[in-house]
Write a protein that binds this ligand. Structure first.
Ligand code: DAH
Length: 333
């Protein structure tokens, strides 16, 4: 049998039937799983190696030609049908097209993972507004107006008619205050969310990114508890026993304050800011019992995605380029 001739005959036969047969019938007969095109494809492995390229191409062309003709037919019938007929005219040929299943972005997947880990340690998820007041974002966190530390959080201010100045929150820490105001200790919360900075972008800085904040307040909360919790979080996140170290640092809302480093692939990496919650921050959350102490930590999600994937430029993450998202391969269905 001359397969190229056979393909040609099938095409001629199809075209001659196009005006007389129902598109559904033709689709089934030509494009169905046992249809004529599929039968022809079955011969491909037997074709001479030198001929294979030509035959493959002719087969694909045939399939495409049939699909296009049927789609056109269907469009014509859509135009002449009433809306009641619509359910019947979905081109059967489209059954054949596989659909790409959506999946979580690396940032969301990492955020969910951290929420799960903290959830298993008894922390519940709370959220706060992205448009914050100056009070919650700064003052209540012991960063009054004119405090030099405010410069660390380059701020996007939002014009408002309110007497309160508003801004796009520069960190997730204000959620601590909002939660303490409403809840008595013991408190164990995790607050994930988007944050904003007024700064120029480069490989490690974005104007919009995500943080996750943790807060634990109780009579039994100590630096030892804090170290234990942090070690557990990162060991679970990196799926191995992780060494951590605390370096002295400064944040107005914690005393003492630390940078948390984790040892990953034999290198120390700075991963989170943390500390024991400052008394005046507890007081802003209406917690004045001297027996109660708290610890808090905050970290950038994009930074963790970068560590986990070896990504060297944060700007890819929100670029919207699907090739990037797929290549990261986090939870691709
Ligand atoms: N809010 C800090 C930042 O954006 C991170 C941070 C540091 C959060 C220390 C905390 C903390 O809760 O205790 O840089």
């Amino acid at each position: 049998m001359d397969i190229l001739q056979e393909i040609q005959n099938t095409s001629t036969e199809f075209q001659s039937r196009l005006s007389t047969s129902e598109p559904e019938v033709l689709a089934q007969e030509y494009l169905g799983r046992k249809g004529k095109v599929a039968q022809l494809f079955k011969h491909l492995p037997m074709v001479d190696p030198e001929q294979k390229g030509n035959v493959g191409q002719a087969l694909n062309q045939l399939k495409q030609e049939i699909e296009e003709s049927l789609n056109q037919q269907n469009h014509k019938s859509v135009a002449s049908n009433t809306s009641q007929d619509l359910p019947n005219i979905i081109p059967p040929s489209l059954d054949q097209l596989s659909q790409e299943v959506g999946h979580l972005s690396p940032v969301t997947a990492t955020m969910f993972r951290l929420q799960d880990i903290l959830g298993s340690l008894g922390f519940s998820v709370v959220t706060g507004p992205e448009i914050e007041t100056e009070y919650y974002n700064f003052d209540a966190l012991n960063i009054p107006d004119e405090h030099p530390a405010r410069d660390v959080w380059d701020t996007v201010w939002v014009s408002s008619t309110d007497s309160q100045k508003s801004l796009l929150r520069t960190h997730t820490s204000p959620v601590q205050i909002r939660h303490m105001e409403k809840t008595k200790p013991p408190i164990r919360i995790v607050a994930p969310g988007r944050v904003y900075r007024y700064e120029s972008t480069d490989a490690t800085h974005e104007t919009t990114f995500h943080q996750i904040e943790g807060l634990m307040v109780d009579t039994t909360t100590s630096i030892a508890t804090f170290k234990g919790v942090i070690k557990e979080i990162f060991s679970k996140l990196f799926d191995q026993e992780i060494e951590i170290r605390l370096r002295p640092s400064h944040f107005p809302f914690t005393e003492p304050s630390f940078e948390i480093d984790v040892k990953f692939n034999n290198r120390w990496l700075e991963i989170a800011g943390a500390g024991m919650v400052h008394r005046s921050v507890l007081a802003a959350g209406n917690i004045t019992d001297p027996a109660v102490q708290g610890f808090a930590f905050g970290m950038g999600i994009e930074r963790i995605v970068m560590l986990l994937t070896g990504l060297d430029d944060i700007r890819y993450i929100h670029s919207g380029d699907l090739r990037f998202v797929y290549q990261l391969g986090i939870q691709k269905n």
